[in-house]
Ligand binder design. Sequence first.
Ligand code: FCB
Length: 294
Amino acid sequence: MYQRIETDTQSNPLLPGYRFKSYLVAGLTPIDAGRELDFFIDRPKGMRGYILNLTIEGQGEISDGTQTFHCHPGDVLLFPPDKLHYYGRAKESSCWHHRWIYFCPRAYWIDWLEWYSRKQFIGYISLSNSHVFDEFDELFHSIELTQQSGRRLSEELSMNLLERLLLRCMEEDPKNPQKIMDPRIIEACQFITNNMSNTLSVDEIAHHVCLSASRLTHLFREQVGINILRWREDQRVMRAKLLLQTTQDSIGNVGRRVGYDDQLYFSRVFRKHSGISPSEYRSHHSHLSYAGIE
Ligand code: FCB
């Protein structure tokens, strides 16, 4: 067993160097002793999005930087953004087959990502019986198939299935007390979403929800998990993708509708999030639907 640190860029998500640029990527990693995938996944700074991980066979060994623990079939793990990933096959086991979903959440999912059962920063639940395990296995698999289906709305449909999976995880988390998000943060999210084409300042948003700018920034990060302006950028790109797929608006207009008057800047932000330009994104998606893949 050896380690590889992710550095380069390549197109297989099971190997180091793949750049996770979409909002959702899902797969199955079948690690067998001595085979090609038998190395420790090593991402010292974690990833930009979350990862859900379901062990389906064998055992994994997971580290949180100070301690290690093992996971078994029916264990579901949730890795939050920007936190160490260091995991691989447990040496006692001849294999570790796990399904996984990498995703950037929709704003209103945030409460569902606060798992109460965890090992340090890693959410950890054990599914209660084999029926629930089969249900989760199937749901993970459907998300993967849907995301790879090439349909025009494959990302939205897979995000929709993922919503169900996250809700089921909450139900299966025995310690979840159903925490409620601060109503001022919900209102701030709503306000930003309703005014996506305006460039509201943090001061204006704070004023709208009766908080100081610094209090809002702090509370938002605490409850939503990311910086407020970065959250808005994520929402803008998500909406832009949908508009590119479902309307014939010009690129400039799509940019304006999500708050970017400067088309060059819009393209730069879009590329930063998705790895391609808005027009490439549009032609890729229309190409898939014209090809009759739907
Ligand atoms: C794959 C890993 C899997 C998960 C995804 C994001 O390469 O095998 O466990 O970390 O990347």
